[in-house]
Design a protein around this ligand. Sequence first.
Ligand code: NI
Length: 172
Amino acid sequence: MKRSILIHPDPRLKKVCVPVADVSDDLRILADDMLETMYDAPGIGLAAPQIGILQRIIAMDCVKEDGVAGRPLVMFNPQIVAASEETNVYEEGCLSIPEQYAEVTRPKVVEVEWMDRDGKAQSETFDGLWATCVQHEIDHLNGKLFIDHLKPLKRQMITRKMQKLKRERARG
Ligand code: NI
């Protein structure tokens, strides 16, 4: 089932999310909903707080090439356990901040540990877009948005645009 995505500013996007104790059937359904919502948007990543669920769950699929099978990935309690000194700059966007993009500098390579949908411990080293995406999504679980990496003036400018967008949407 597709869920609706919260738009910044929203207090739920600023919360530190709680860890998942174990992966229940309900959480597996939630994970499927997150993937469906992400693909429909369309986006390459979605964190549970973006649909108002304050638990440490993210969904990603950074395969963008046409004709290549996707790689839907859901992570429960993801944790960055190592990060490279070398950095990468990507123009980031966010489904909670529609149509706003800005360059963010992050470690180029990160090693991530998480629990998969069967409750099994997993670990993998990510590079390139995947590395940026997983860091962006884990930030969400700590109440942090990509605009929090920008200079205050730029952040305020984007936030004002989002407030205007929300007012327009509320009016219909
Ligand atoms: Ni985001």
